[in-house]
Design a protein around this ligand. Structure first.
Ligand SMILES: Nc1ncnc2c1ncn2[C@@H]1O[C@H](COP(=O)(O)OP(=O)(O)OP(=O)(O)O)[C@@H](O)[C@H]1O
Ligand SMILES: [Mg+2]
Length: 255
């Protein structure tokens, strides 16, 4: 199953993606957790040390794997048969989870995402990963670097929202963009929910049928973000509600 996670800045995309990676690691042979957002840090969110993350080479530099042939502005790739060996050099493993980083921080308004797109395309169209794998992409707020070709292989786009007007507006906008790209399955997750009123707010603005689940506000997670060093062990309320969301995904999306 291939899952893309998006939503407004700070709503909990990385937290959701990291927890899902852990849960999928129990049900799938391999899990690829990919930072497609230059600011995302999935690896840190599950407690991999900073030094190790700093050494992680971005996929956009993966020249050994992919033989690039450019023609007419588009890039086409053929794959090195030793995919696993090369992937090893571009990932950090934690059990059967592999963390990868797209890389390529763009200056505002500069250059296109052609190169990143082509890699993402290879990743998502199953050129790199087999069917038993789960791929979880932490997209960041903007999904404009997702092309139609890449979007086609996304099984579900999870849009995370917190109970605020701005956040639900962004969530609805992301949904519209994702639909325009041809993603069929787009579901919302309400995060940082403190009470019934906030839950109802999410349902009202995002739609009962579209909301896949809720995650309560967790003081422990919030407080741990003030500390330096590895993120708090994922657990408690977060894990409990994410387990329900994970099961729903397996039931409703992964047919
Ligand atoms: N359910 C929750 N309860 C309390 N705090 C939370 C919860 N989920 C996430 N947080 C906190 O909110 C902050 C933002 O979370 P996170 O980094 O996952 O969001 P993001 O959407 O990936 O942000 P960015 O847009 O910067 O990439 C973090 O400090 C995180 O610990
Ligand atoms: Mg993030």
């Amino acid at each position: 199953m291939k899952i893309a996670v998006s939503g407004k800045g700070g709503v909990g995309k990385t937290t959701v993606a990291a927890t899902l990676a852990k849960l999928f690691a129990d049900s799938h042979k391999k899990v690829y957790a990919v930072d497609a957002d230059p600011d995302a840090c999935l690896a840190a969110a599950v407690g991999i040390p900073e030094e190790q993350i700093g050494e992680l080479r971005p996929l956009v530099e993966m020249k050994e794997l992919i033989d690039e042939k450019s023609s007419g502005g588009g890039a086409f790739f053929s794959l090195n048969p030793n995919v696993d060996d090369v992937l090893e050099q571009y990932s950090i493993s934690l059990g059967n989870i592999k963390f990868l980083r797209m890389g390529g921080i763009k200056q505002g308004g500069s250059a296109c995402y052609c190169r990143e797109n082509s890699f993402l395309h290879a990743l998502m169209n199953g050129l790199l990963f087999d069917r038993d794998s789960a791929v979880i992409l932490d997209m960041g707020a903007g999904i404009e670097h997702l092309t139609r070709g890449t979007a086609r292989s996304v099984d579900v786009m999870l849009v995370v929202a917190e109970p605020s007007r701005n956040s639900v507006n962004t969530a609805n906008l992301v949904k519209k963009l994702a639909m325009d790209l041809g993603i069929k399955n787009i579901r919302f997750i309400g995060n940082k929910i403190r009470n019934e009123k906030e839950r109802d707010f999410i349902l009202k603005y995002l739609g009962e049928d579209e909301v896949l689940g809720f995650i309560p506000f967790d003081d422990e997670i919030w407080e741990s973000s003030m500390e330096s060093g590895p993120a708090a062990e994922l657990g408690g309320e977060l894990l409990r509600s994410m387990k329900e969301i994970h099961e729903k995904l397996l039931r409703e999306v992964d047919k």
